[in-house]
Ligand binder design. Structure first.
Ligand SMILES: [Fe+2]
Length: 382
């Protein structure tokens, strides 16, 4: 691990956010305050069917703000979807974006914003700080507790031609406000709850052991681990419990603040590669990789993994490793399959490893991994 000092210069970027029951209903008031007259409301068919797009639309109408719904967004949003959203944004003469949904609609909304303001193809923004013109105002209302797209300075878009995910990282992608309401989380099916929860845990663990962590990000990362570890198994049994849902939402917020400023590591580098090639749910990819990356990284950050073990492991029995504790947590949530079981082929490993090796998230992994070592971590997940 790179030697760090707490005196090293650090920047901490965060949006304004409002959390609590009823936050969703503030969408209209904030849209009006931002001067929005015609909004592109970016969502997806599932969130729309659950009624949350309609609820946000009512809030906008009550505030006298017109809107057009754009819901042509899939899991792992495609560059083509971003570009058709940009066409709707421009043709409807919108001057602001509101996104209600999980990571996919929110990342798509971020993409539509920068593609519209810069009049460029979304794939040209790949990398760090490559957005010259700021995006129009963006309000996010998350309906899952995991992606943290509502607070982060990144967006992941799938390049369908090359079957890979591109990462866009820029302060221009930080929403202007995030409205964190536990109620929309109650319509999440069990699988989405556990997958997004494992995404939260992965964000927090990767941010805590990241080479770019700082005292500010550590506080958020550790609190996120404590909250999600306590609330996720319970919320699976009590999906309508607003207090438990809110704990997972707070965990996601803390994890988002941590990773947006400390970046991530090999779990996400490898999950991006997997998700791009096989169109698998992002949280599930992380869940299947997390313990194997921890085992590979352990020696490079043993103190930090030890602290994580203190939070998630039984205090009375210290014989288990952090990787074993994470594996036990995953299994208790009902995630028991291997990469083979979700359709990944062993002969795809070299290409997956090569893609992960080039991912910007790998830069802050606590251990320098070679392409071959990444391949071996994939093998362990089979
Ligand atoms: Fe993630």
């Amino acid at each position: 691990m790179i030697q760090k000092s707490q005196l090293d210069l650090r920047k901490f970027v965060a949006p304004e956010f409002v959390c609590g029951h009823g936050a969703l209903q503030l969408a209209g008031r904030y849209a009006r305050n931002f001067g929005m007259k015609q909004v592109l409301l970016v969502t997806d068919p599932g969130v729309r069917a659950a009624g949350w797009a309609e609820a946000v639309g009512e809030s906008l109408t009550e505030a006298g703000v017109s809107f057009t719904i754009f819901d042509s967004v899939s899991v792992n949003p495609r560059s083509r979807q971003v570009m058709s959203g940009k066409e709707v944004y421009l043709s409807e003469e919108c001057n602001g974006i509101v996104s209600v949904g999980g990571g996919s609609p929110m990342d798509c909304a971020k993409g539509i914003g920068i593609a519209s303001s810069n009049m460029r193809d979304i794939l040209t923004f790949e990398g760090v700080d490559r957005v010259p013109v700021p995006a129009p105002p963006l309000i996010c209302i998350p309906t899952t507790a995991g992606s943290s797209a509502d607070v982060s300075q990144s967006a992941l878009i799938t390049d369908e031609e090359r079957k890979r995910k591109i990462a866009i990282i820029s302060k221009a992608l930080v929403p202007d406000i995030s409205l964190l309401d536990p109620e929309p989380l109650t319509t999440m099916p069990r699988e989405l709850t556990v997958d997004t929860g494992m995404d939260t845990l992965s964000h927090a663990i990767e941010a805590y052991v990241s080479n770019a962590s700082s005292p500010m990000t550590d506080v958020h990362a550790l609190e996120a681990i404590r909250l999600i570890h306590g609330a996720l198994p319970a919320v699976v049994g009590e999906p309508d419990d607003l207090d438990l849902r809110f704990s997972t939402l707070l965990a996601s917020l803390h994890a988002g603040l941590a990773f947006s400023n400390a970046s991530l590591g090999a779990v996400h580098a490898m999950a991006h590669s997997l998700g791009g090639a096989y169109d698998l749910a992002h949280g599930r990819c992380n869940a299947l990789l997390l313990e194997h990356v921890i085992a590979a990284n352990y020696e490079a950050a043993s103190d930090r993994y030890g602290r994580i073990r203190e939070i998630i492991g039984p205090a009375q029995d210290e014989r288990t490793t952090p990787a074993e504790e994470v594996a036990a947590f995953r299994k208790a949530l009902g995630i028991t399959e291997t990469l083979a079981a979700v359709g990944v082929r062993v002969d795809a490993i070299p290409a997956l490893a090569e893609q992960a090796y080039a991912d910007p998230c790998l830069v802050t992994n606590p251990r320098n991994l070679t392409c071959e070592e990444i391949g071996r971590i994939y093998e362990h997940a089979f």
